[in-house]
Write a new protein. Sequence first.
Length: 310
Amino acid sequence: MTEASRVWVLADPRAGTAAQALGMAERLGRPFHTLPLGWGALARLPLPWPSLAGLSAEARAGLAPPWPGLVFSAGRRAAPVARWLRRRGARTVHAMRPGFGAADFDLLVIGRHDAPRPAPNLFPILGACHRLSPSRLAAARAEWAGFASLPAPRVALLLGGAVRGEGLAPDLAAELARAAAGFGGSVLATTSRRSGAAAAGSVAAALAAVPHRLHGWGAAGANPYAGMLAWADAVVATGDSVSMLSEALATSAPLFIAETTEAPRHRALWRSLYDSGQARRLSPGVAFFPRARLDEAGRVAAAIRARGWA
């Protein structure tokens, strides 16, 4: 068995979910094997037992011995697969609520906003794990050193959109751009897959007279997202993306949340960040505030090493 084959990452097709498992594994600092997951029809069902039944035939064929000693996974659909591998001797570290079988994991990494029940295997975190480690941010700051020419404070504007909808309302996008510009200095703005072209256009118009850099989703060339966070003196983010909010917390910049959704889970996340002093609501007159950067995936990795699992 090679060193990489001792650690497996079960990578969900959804990028944000896969990033949670990958982020924990990367912070461990050991070689690992990434196993892309594909789902069949049964994946829609809440499978209550350890099983590969939810996998596509292609993904199922990718599972073969020698079995790993440590498995990282994330999301409800991956949970039965991780539990199946645990039956074959693997330690299991799972992010997000697994549905059934919560006790059937060695470490269960769940955001405090999901109000997890206390349990011996529970590892509560703020927000979600991700891949923006301190080393990745340092590399992005070097790669995007050109942002240094923009006047400070540099405000990163991270725009999402409704999870199921028609994108971010153009008027709202423009309002948020003006709010980011209101801190003075310059704006580093990026839209996401869910924002829509109309929102990107309204941001461009709102920032026309302001020193800025705007990256629209799907634009040609390298994506400056990590560089924008690495250079940010403050971050303004729409509250509809758990991933964006969690990644912003990897910096030491103050985070201001635009409360753009009524979704109870997202609002619970905002409360957890407000209560912990990690974020504030975006509102007129709000000022910069000090905060310490979070490295929740790093804390998970440290806990794994302390238990002697790696």
